[in-house]
Design a protein around this ligand. Structure first.
Ligand SMILES: *[C@@H]1O[C@H](CO)[C@@H](O)[C@H](O)[C@H]1NC(C)=O
Ligand SMILES: *[C@@H]1O[C@H](CO)[C@@H](O)[C@H](O)[C@H]1NC(C)=O
Ligand SMILES: *[C@@H]1O[C@H](CO)[C@@H](O)[C@H](O)[C@H]1NC(C)=O
Ligand SMILES: *[C@@H]1O[C@H](CO)[C@@H](O)[C@H](O)[C@H]1NC(C)=O
Ligand SMILES: *[C@@H]1O[C@H](CO)[C@@H](O)[C@H](O)[C@H]1NC(C)=O
Ligand SMILES: *[C@@H]1O[C@H](CO)[C@@H](O)[C@H](O)[C@H]1NC(C)=O
Ligand SMILES: *[C@@H]1O[C@H](CO)[C@@H](O)[C@H](O)[C@H]1NC(C)=O
Ligand SMILES: *[C@@H]1O[C@H](CO)[C@@H](O)[C@H](O)[C@H]1NC(C)=O
Length: 556
């Protein structure tokens, strides 16, 4: 006789239900992969894959190559090594050259999903540091896709790419062309397009998104002819192709410094010698030199960056927007994105007791108009000081320093990229935002001044739902804003329109065109009236039209 207890029946039913909610083992080109199935507080289920290889272990200064494949089932339950990079003090390295992996979060609602929108995250870090999972301590993972995938009902993918010397050193010629990290990103995007259907994703509904150097990378990926048909939409947060730190127009100069530092000759043997050098030594040699930042703003020391290589970028980015004519594009900035740079260039900006002289404003503008000379400098200074008191207060001076860096490094280039995108668009839509939620580090007895707005990277935790998953670090109004941003981002990934999809948000986000230049302001207090037009127009005009109109006194 066979007895079947109620518990056994319950377990059997639970298993059936459970099985419906997981992808089991997935068969890919390279072999079989098995992820981890988790059940969420929302009652839904999710499959998480950590560390799927999308390319082989890369050779130094070579484009990524396809992975040779594997036998047996690959258990993808642990994040893989981050790409080799300098550590905090710039004198040690962390990570590995075996780093071309991606992670996938697949939500299931009742049954295994199919044809889901896909969002591919490209991290920032000045093209020098960063990783697909971000800061990863105990159960906290900075770029965990779990919350965004669950609340947005989208598949989230995060990808690794080479950084520092190994990712971006270039001799400015085909021998060592550069853009290795950008090719890694491209290989990962192509992998997602080829394979994501097996995970329930819709390969025709892929959005790439990223912040800072990741936002600039996104903006370059949409311009490259190599990506035709691989994705439909893109979101650049605080970084675009037009940012003054995105493209190094004279990469050889810095390559020579690195070459000398690793004792290679700088003649015709340079590239072949560099390819034989230990990756750790190359990475250390291509770190940056903080002590030399005393003379010039730090942005002029970010030299390892993408290049116009005649291949990935056949021309200057501004000439390639026809390649993005059918891409839906969101780009935006944080209202004090430049603060991170001001904090290094003029550290007094964060110290209330330390007065900062007007000369620091003048010096910063001298540096940022150096190719144009006095006339451009006067135009810039008289605009930035136009709202000052006769004897400017410390707050006026310090805020002005932050605005100059924000406008020059982020806001004006983002408006230029949006305008080029809108002007070249066919079916592609264009959307602009300003993120203005004040930094949590601002206030009395806090590291940043009381008037501090949204600093660089402050937007990222809201997109990844950290106010929900790390609730103790945030307040209720932060959860409101996180919900709004997830709604806009996931709707956009689903339909190409941030207002249309499964989730609703407080303001109808208007499209951007070059006459109105409409934008939405993202803030926890936002309501339907948080839309504007012509963001900081006089300042955008200054950097995009007035300053460039003066003749060069030093060639760029
Ligand atoms: C879910 O994961 C557990 C291990 O954590 C495993 O025993 C189970 O078979 C998995 N279920 C499915 C449907 O893959
Ligand atoms: C790296 O720099 C830090 C801070 O300057 C110093 O304390 C440490 O000893 C250095 N480590 C090495 C390996 O040079
Ligand atoms: C999940 O499924 C339920 C029932 O099928 C549906 O009402 C709900 O909208 C779905 N949620 C999402 C986020 O897809
Ligand atoms: C993307 O998904 C939406 C909603 O599921 C669908 O209507 C659309 O046809 C898909 N493809 C593209 C290219 O938008
Ligand atoms: C860093 O820059 C300073 C000032 O320009 C220079 O003297 C020093 O040699 C540099 N150090 C390295 C390691 O390049
Ligand atoms: C503003 O800048 C102009 C230089 O372009 C200068 O002549 C003027 O005195 C400055 N005003 C204040 C209030 O500093
Ligand atoms: C551009 O946007 C403005 C709103 O700011 C709108 O009035 C105008 O019709 C738009 N132009 C086009 C061509 O869509
Ligand atoms: C929207 O918010 C602003 C300020 O935050 C407020 O002045 C305004 O009344 C609000 N509008 C609506 C329609 O609620």
């Amino acid at each position: 006789m066979i007895f079947i207890s109620e518990t056994q029946i319950f377990v059997a039913i639970a298993l059936v239900l459970y099985n419906v909610n997981s992808l089991h083992i997935i068969y890919l080109q390279g072999g079989l992969v098995r992820g981890e199935n988790i059940s969420l507080a929302s009652g839904r289920h999710m499959d998480v894959f950590r560390g799927i290889p999308f390319a082989d272990v890369p050779e130094t200064f070579m484009k990524p190559k396809p992975h040779p494949g594997w036998d047996d089932v690959l258990d993808t339950t642990e994040f893989k090594d981050i790409c080799l990079q300098v550590s905090v003090a710039f004198n040690l390295t962390i990570g590995s050259t075996d780093c071309l992996y991606l992670n996938i979060w697949v939500p299931h609602n009742g049954s295994v999903s199919s044809d889901m929108p896909v969002m591919v995250w490209i991290y920032g870090g000045a093209f020098m540091i960063g990783s697909s999972m971000g800061t990863h301590i105990l159960s906290f993972t900075q770029f965990s896709g779990q919350e965004l995938a669950d609340r947005g009902n989208v598949i989230v993918v995060s990808i690794g790419y080479r950084v520092g010397s190994l990712g971006f050193l270039s001799t400015g010629d085909p021998e060592l062309a550069g853009n290795y990290g950008i090719w890694d990103q491209q290989a990962a995007i192509a992998w997602v397009h080829r394979n994501i259907r097996k995970f329930g994703g819709d390969p025709e509904n892929i959005t790439i998104f990223g912040e800072s150097a990741g936002g600039a990378s996104v903006s370059l990926q949409i311009l490259s002819p190599h990506n035709k048909g691989l994705f439909k939409r893109a979101i650049s947060q605080s970084g675009v192709s037009a940012s003054p730190w995105t493209i190094n127009k004279n990469p050889r100069e810095y390559a020579v410094e690195v070459t000398l530092a690793v004792n290679c000759p700088t003649d015709e043997r340079m590239a072949s010698c560099l390819k034989e050098i230990d990756p750790v030594a190359l990475t250390l040699a291509g770190s940056f030199n903080l002590s030399s930042c005393a003379r010039e703003p730090i942005v002029y020391h970010l030299e390892l960056s993408p290049v116009i290589d005649g291949d990935f970028l056949p021309d200057h980015p501004s000439k390639l927007f026809h390649n993005a004519a059918d891409i839906d594009f969101i780009a935006g900035v944080n209202n004090m994105d430049g603060h991170a740079f001001t904090s290094i260039d003029v550290p007094g900006v964060n110290i209330d007791l330390l007065p900062v002289p007007v000369e620091d404003v003048e010096k910063l503008l001298t540096a940022y108009t150096k190719h144009k000379g006095d006339a451009a400098w006067h135009a810039a200074l008289s605009l930035y000081n136009s709202t000052w008191e006769p004897t400017p207060s410390q707050e006026s001076i310090k805020k002005t320093l932050v605005h100059i860096e924000t406008d020059f490094l982020f806001l004006a280039p983002t408006q230029a990229a949006l305008k080029l995108h809108a002007d070249n668009a066919k079916t592609g839509r264009t959307y602009s935002y300003l993120f203005s939620e004040p930094s949590q580090m601002a206030g009395i007895f806090k590291p940043f001044p009381q008037w501090m707005g949204a600093g660089h990277t402050d937007d990222v935790p809201f997109v990844f739902g950290k106010p929900f998953s790390a609730a103790l670090m945030y307040l209720a109004h932060h959860r409101d804003l996180s919900g709004y941003m997830i709604a806009y981002w996931a709707n956009f990934a689903r339909t190409g329109n941030p207002n249309e999809g499964e989730l609703s948000a407080p303001a109808t986000w208007p499209t951007f065109n070059s006459t109105g230049q409409d934008f939405v302001e993202l803030n926890s207090k936002m309501n339907e009236s948080y839309v504007g037009e012509n963001m900081r127009k006089p300042f955008v005009d200054l950097w995009n039209n007035v300053v460039p109109s003066f003749p060069d006194i030093i060639p760029e």
